[in-house]
Design a protein around this ligand. Structure first.
Ligand SMILES: Nc1ncnc2c1ncn2[C@@H]1O[C@H](COP(=O)(O)OP(=O)(O)O)[C@@H](O)[C@H]1O
Ligand SMILES: [Mg+2]
Length: 246
């Protein structure tokens, strides 16, 4: 389980996280939403210390993440995966090589890594593109490679930061479908997704966090938040959802 307690972060004298607190149980999907600049990326980047928070506590399966030394942190990160908005693929490596990369320095034998790459590429429906280079893929396919590369380490915490924000609207759905599928077919992993896709959030989230100016202004199950929002931000998201449904 994940417990985040009173996380704070400032850049210069500006506080961008002002006490973020939430819990997630094994198997749950958390969706973080909020206006640009409110601290969504900073929040999830703090969870694996890509960004160092100034204060607070993070407990992941009993481990106090902020108290780990470098070596312990690297060990922990072997089971935390991150999917980036802009894919971060390596252009001169094939799809399969990109996917295998996180395990290249592991103790696994090569055949095991190849087998796992095959499995995760099937999961994102790209097995037949394994010998292609990123330049020959659509944005949606590139991001599905990004997701396969995250899955290959069999993470117990999967972090996705606006995974569809760089895609043409028409390509968004194929990526959201893959993410929806993976949230439904695992039972122990915690998945945390930053996204502006309200209808998607409603489908996959066990918990939604609405962030505004570095604070959680509302959190709860999507049915709760989108039917009876208490915050102004929640009301805006509800209007957006009503608009899509009308
Ligand atoms: N490395 C950084 N240095 C200075 N300011 C930053 C840095 N990263 C983020 N910020 C600022 O922190 C605030 C929150 O950023 P971010 O977490 O990226 O927001 P979001 O992901 O919600 O759009 C923004 O005002 C942003 O400009
Ligand atoms: Mg962001």
């Amino acid at each position: 389980m994940l417990k985040v307690i009173n996380l704070t972060k400032s850049y210069d004298s500006r506080q961008v996280l002002r006490g973020i607190t939430f819990d997630a149980q094994a198997g749950q999907t958390v969706v973080i939403m909020g206006p640009s600049g409110c601290g969504k990326s900073t929040t999830i980047r703090c969870l694996n210390r890509l960004t160092e928070p100034d204060g607070g506590k993070i407990l992941l399966n009993g481990i106090s993440v902020l108290e780990l030394n470098t070596e312990q942190l690297l060990k922990l990160r072997e089971k935390i995966a991150f999917v980036f908005q802009n894919f971060n693929l390596i252009e001169h490596l094939t799809v399969e090589e990109n996917v295998m990369l996180p395990l290249i320095k592991s103790d696994l034998v090569r055949q095991e890594i190849v087998t796992r790459a095959q499995q995760v590429l099937e999961q994102v429906q790209l097995a037949e593109r394994k010998n292609d280079y990123p330049a020959n893929l659509s944005g949606g396919q590139k991001q599905r490679v990004g997701i396969a590369r995250a899955l290959i380490i069999e993470p117990n915490l999967l972090l996705l930061d606006e995974p569809t924000a760089s895609l043409d609207p028409i390509l968004v759905k194929e990526v959201l479908d893959v993410i929806e599928d993976l949230t439904k077919t695992q039972d122990q992993r915690i998945v945390i997704i930053v996204t502006h896709q309200v209808a998607f959030a409603l489908k996959v989230a066990d918990l939604i966090l609405l962030l505004d100016q570095g604070q959680i202004v509302e959190q709860g199950h999507p049915e709760e938040i989108f039917s009876q929002p208490q915050s102004q931000l929640g009301q805006k998201y509800k209007q957006l959802l009503d608009y899509y449904r009308s």
